[in-house]
Ligand binder design. Structure first.
Ligand SMILES: NC(=O)c1ccc[n+]([C@@H]2O[C@H](COP(=O)([O-])OP(=O)(O)OC[C@H]3O[C@@H](n4cnc5c(N)ncnc54)[C@H](OP(=O)(O)O)[C@@H]3O)[C@@H](O)[C@H]2O)c1
Length: 306
């Protein structure tokens, strides 16, 4: 990107974040732009903070319901991020994402990820065509086989769509630690660009085999359930964020500390916390700035949430 245009965009993004979060350490933000990591199969850079949409985006397609989510989307893009993860099984969320992308005029700056959850080739193809209509786009950046449902058939279909240029990347997902071994088996058998799974301070099983395997094979990794929905916040309810989190790691909130724990793993390409609030979107974006914890600091974070 042209450096002056980049500078102007970054300045606007920082001003927008500052408006949402008074007291923000602007100097820290100005000095470091949002962290990006490479997608192994293409070399394309992806900003490390994205947006999940399960439950938060299952709202009515009317003005009053869409407006706050439009502000979440603008905050995401103004903050230098692009990735939105949705699915046909999230109620109205996929159509809401399509409406938000169209209304905001920001489609070209988004990386839209959806899923397929169907059994059989025809049902998969029908569902994927419905996703194109719901998302109001003729090219979906990533489609993932949701929870390993009918994986071989659906990946076959997705590969054809990729060859046709209608889908840019393909992948598989799950959200339970009990499915990590099955995910690994699929990754051994099927070439995919992305894999999405659960990983957080409270669910660290992926550190054993899944994350090292993805790093070794250059498979891009999306992390879901970074806050275990909101359960991890309950563990520190009423506790003040320790000073060292801010002084040593530039973390200004519990959410940022949880996301920094995840991003500190080098195999992680991006994390996709869901939110319905612009303020929380800005908060999450800040985790992609500043320092990340080393091994000893990660251990201290685990102890805080124990
Ligand atoms: N099988 C699969 O493929 C699969 C399964 C699970 C999840 N996913 C994907 O991963 C995404 C994330 O997982 P998730 O939605 O289950 O859970 P999550 O991201 O761990 O937690 C979402 C919750 O955290 C709250 N939150 C977000 N940012 C916050 C902040 N800065 N401070 C305080 N609270 C905050 C949100 O509430 P507010 O709205 O109030 O901010 C929301 O209730 C999903 O939305 C979905 O896109 C995929």
């Amino acid at each position: 990107m042209h450096s002056r245009r980049h500078f102007v965009q970054r300045s606007a993004a920082i001003a927008a974040l500052a408006a949402l979060l008074p007291g923000l350490p602007l100097s820290a933000l100005a000095a470091n732009s949002l962290l990006r990591r490479r997608i192994g199969s293409s070399g394309e850079w992806l900003p490390v903070i994205g947006l999940g949409t399960s439950r938060t985006h299952d709202v009515a397609l009317d003005e009053a319901s869409l407006e706050p989510l439009l502000e979440v989307l603008r905050t995401l893009v103004n903050g230098g991020a692009s990735l939105i993860d949705t699915a046909p099984s999230y109620g109205r969320a996929e159509a809401v994402c399509g409406a938000l992308a169209a209304r905001s005029g920001l489609r070209e700056r988004l990386f839209l990820a959806s899923k397929v959850s169907a059994s059989g080739r025809e049902a998969g193809a029908r569902q994927i065509e419905a996703s194109f209509r719901a998302l109001q786009t003729d090219r979906i950046d990533l489609i993932q086989v949701h929870n390993l449902q009918d994986t071989a058939t659906q990946l076959g279909l997705l590969r054809e769509l990729k060859e046709q240029g209608r889908v840019r990347y393909i992948g598989v997902t799950h959200y339970l630690e009990s499915a990590h071994e099955r995910l690994l088996e699929v990754l051994h058998q099927e070439p995919v660009d992305f894999v999405q799974f659960n990983y957080s301070v409270g669910e660290r099983n992926a550190e054993q085999r899944l994350l090292p395997y993805c790093a070794d094979q250059g498979i891009a990794v999306l992390i879901n359930r970074p806050f275990q929905r909101a359960a991890l916040f309950q563990r520190v309810r009423g506790k003040a964020l320790p000073d060292w989190a801010t002084v040593e790691l530039d973390a200004g909130s519990w959410a940022q500390l949880l996301l920094k724990y995840i991003l500190a793993h080098p195999a992680v390409t991006a994390v996709i916390p869901a939110t319905s609030r612009p303020r929380n979107m800005a908060d999450n974006l800040l985790a992609g700035h500043g320092r990340l914890p080393n091994a000893a600091q990660r251990q201290r974070i685990i102890e805080l949430f124990a």
